[in-house]
Design a protein around this ligand. Sequence first.
Ligand SMILES: Nc1nc2c(c(=O)[nH]1)N[C@H]1C(S)=C(S)[C@@H](COP(=O)(O)OP(=O)(O)OC[C@H]3O[C@@H](n4cnc5c(=O)[nH]c(N)nc54)[C@H](O)[C@@H]3O)O[C@H]1N2
Ligand SMILES: Nc1nc2c(c(=O)[nH]1)N[C@H]1C(S)=C(S)[C@@H](COP(=O)(O)OP(=O)(O)OC[C@H]3O[C@@H](n4cnc5c(=O)[nH]c(N)nc54)[C@H](O)[C@@H]3O)O[C@H]1N2
Ligand code: SF4
Ligand SMILES: [Mo]
Length: 699
Amino acid sequence: MNVPARLEANIERRPSVCPHDCPSACALDVEVIDGQRIGRIHGARDQSYTAGVICAKVARYAERIHHPDRLLHPLKRTGPKGSGRFARITWDEALEEIGARFNAAEREHSAQSIWLNYYAGTMGKVMKDGINRLAHAKKYSRHNGTICINLAWPGFLAGTGYMAGPDPREMAQSDCVVIWGTNAVATQVNVMTHALRARKERGARIVVIDIYNNDTMKQADIALCLRPGSDGALACAVMHILFRDGLADRSYLEKYTDVPGELEAHLQTRSPQWASQITGLTVEEIEAFAKLVGTTKRTYFRLGYGFSRQRNGAVNMHAAASIAAVTGCWQYEGGGAFHNNGGIFKWRMPLVTGADVMDISTRWLDQSRVGAVLCGDADALQGGPPVKAMLIQNTNPVSVAPDQTRVKRGFAREDLFLVVHEQFMTETAAMADIVLPATMFIEHDDIYSGGGHQYIELAKKLVEPPGECRNNHEVICAIAARVGAEHPGFAMTPRQHIDAALRTSGWGSIEDLEKINWRDVQPDFDTAHFIKGFHWPDKKYHFKVDWQHVPFGGELSGPWRDMPNLPDHWAVNENPDEDHPFKLATSPSRSFLNSTFNETPSSLTREVRPTVLVHPQDAAQLNIADGDKVILGNTRGEVRLHAKYFIGVQRGVLISEGIWPNHAFEDGKGINTLTGADAPAPYGGAAFHDNRVWLKRVP
Ligand SMILES: Nc1nc2c(c(=O)[nH]1)N[C@H]1C(S)=C(S)[C@@H](COP(=O)(O)OP(=O)(O)OC[C@H]3O[C@@H](n4cnc5c(=O)[nH]c(N)nc54)[C@H](O)[C@@H]3O)O[C@H]1N2
Ligand SMILES: Nc1nc2c(c(=O)[nH]1)N[C@H]1C(S)=C(S)[C@@H](COP(=O)(O)OP(=O)(O)OC[C@H]3O[C@@H](n4cnc5c(=O)[nH]c(N)nc54)[C@H](O)[C@@H]3O)O[C@H]1N2
Ligand code: SF4
Ligand SMILES: [Mo]
């Protein structure tokens, strides 16, 4: 009798961690088949934030790890830049050439003409941050990773002084969960696990504040669908009502906040009528929301990234967090405001990052302005030499960076020596002189910590890498040897790095972590709820902000001097005008993760094609039928895609979900052709959801 091969296979379940740039940082339970392949991936049940739930795209990771298009060997360009013509070479040949070209750039143009550019393709500490060790040891240009957090974090820090908050699992103990500017169903599914538990077990209300009726808003009891960039106005009107109706917690304000009287006076004119004009919400909607949070002590504000991706995003983040200080909900279990837990881990890992040899006089190149940097913009180059050589790990700027036309022009420079270490032939890798094949997370050892939770998590190598793939750490150490970089971190294994990072940070050893896989480092209730005060010398929550001195550590950018110092609606966003009557947000899609997964068959099938959601009445005015091919444009460029009728958005607002490969668009121009790289205040970043555009049917 023939026994099907599957039944004979030996399937083991092994712990791991999702490596992607997602606040959920899920603890995983991976099916390893015969020690070689993976089957389905499950959420680990014994990590209490993941609680057995993960997103669909990672559950079917076998599609990505065993994808036929994975890069398996080093390649060298044989045709013109971007032609896609490459020939296979050996690792030794590749590394020799990289060493020689980096050394030549250093000799001829100085060490700062070399830029090691990275982001968060993997969030593993060793594999993500080790590239800095090479940059610092050689005094190459430093990399300023602004693209994701720089609009969001300063807004939260401006109030609390600290990047943490009430235990995210406490959402399950709330009576009202406000999911603000995060499409959690798509982007961090575990928020829903805990919020839905609160609804089921306690009858909690779920409020969703967003600019379109996305999958998260569809789950809401109360849906507030406002205009992009108007969250500061909503927050101010809510606080106005709280003061007006006696719903502000005056004793909390007195004890825990800096200028409650000044705030109250300032908000006198920020009425619900005023906010209704700006937000497009009705006065009744605003009143009802204010009453709900003003009368529900256990209100948990889960503040996402999306609403910060506006030019006024930092001000809006601070305004939203300030509501919690007016109601005093921070005091209660299941109450307070939370954005990210970055502060609680207290990571110290100079052996990984080379922070001990960093020279802060070397320039700090802004990742979000990669186009300007590579095109030789003197301001973006900070007066230094042009960038002549680059190594890229963990990021795909030709797809994800704003102002794409300029980014592409920069990467097309024949005099730029570009090395891209990748898992796939991304559109950035396609521009490279040398492409190196990279491992995936189950093929190397690393540690992770959660942005949206409180665990330190260990993920050990589970299978051998395919072909000649090498991990980021191996590549960095091999290049270090060829450019004469010295640092003890180059002589260590990933396992030794993990152990050292844990020990230096006070979290035990790797052997300790191996026994439990995930370590819960949640601070106690009083610390997490700021019961002993906020993280400023006066211990108060700051309504009044000195944007220049927010404890974020960024480079002041944009019109930061004009920022309001109290919560407000700051009108600096791209406003529609006669030539650009629409506002476009480029929101993440459910089946891609930034540009990752836009190569896996099931994600591509689910997302169908590049699409813009248009209100049917707006479409009708422009003679656009459902499914028509349309062009979106602004001063930065034009993008061709298909229109889809969608009523769950305010008139004049357009949504295009997901970072599709540029080649999925008819003329190869991707969605970031339309987004701006103008370094918003206070510390740069990119206002991905703040674009004025015109729309027309393809004639
Ligand atoms: N499936 C999936 N998951 C992801 C990602 C992905 O691309 N796909 N990306 C990962 C990364 S790197 C990050 S940083 C996180 C980001 O995840 P989130 O924090 O969820 O942020 P976004 O998805 O950018 O935006 C969230 C929502 O905010 C809306 N929004 C835009 N402008 C405004 C506004 O002015 N006000 C309000 N109230 N809402 C607004 C967007 O339309 C979107 O619906 O997700 C991570 N997870
Ligand atoms: N229009 C628009 N653009 C956006 C956003 C948006 O909302 N709208 N969101 C922005 C945000 S929040 C972010 S964080 C950025 C993210 O932008 P990126 O950090 O560029 O994220 P990804 O597109 O996921 O690309 C990560 C790349 O790293 C590779 N990779 C993964 N693991 C490894 C590894 O171990 N080693 C190596 N060498 N490579 C690896 C993957 O194959 C992938 O190509 O995009 C931004 N761009
Ligand atoms: S929800 Fe986020 S962290 Fe969890 S598996 Fe999916 S991408 Fe990874
Ligand atoms: Mo991000």
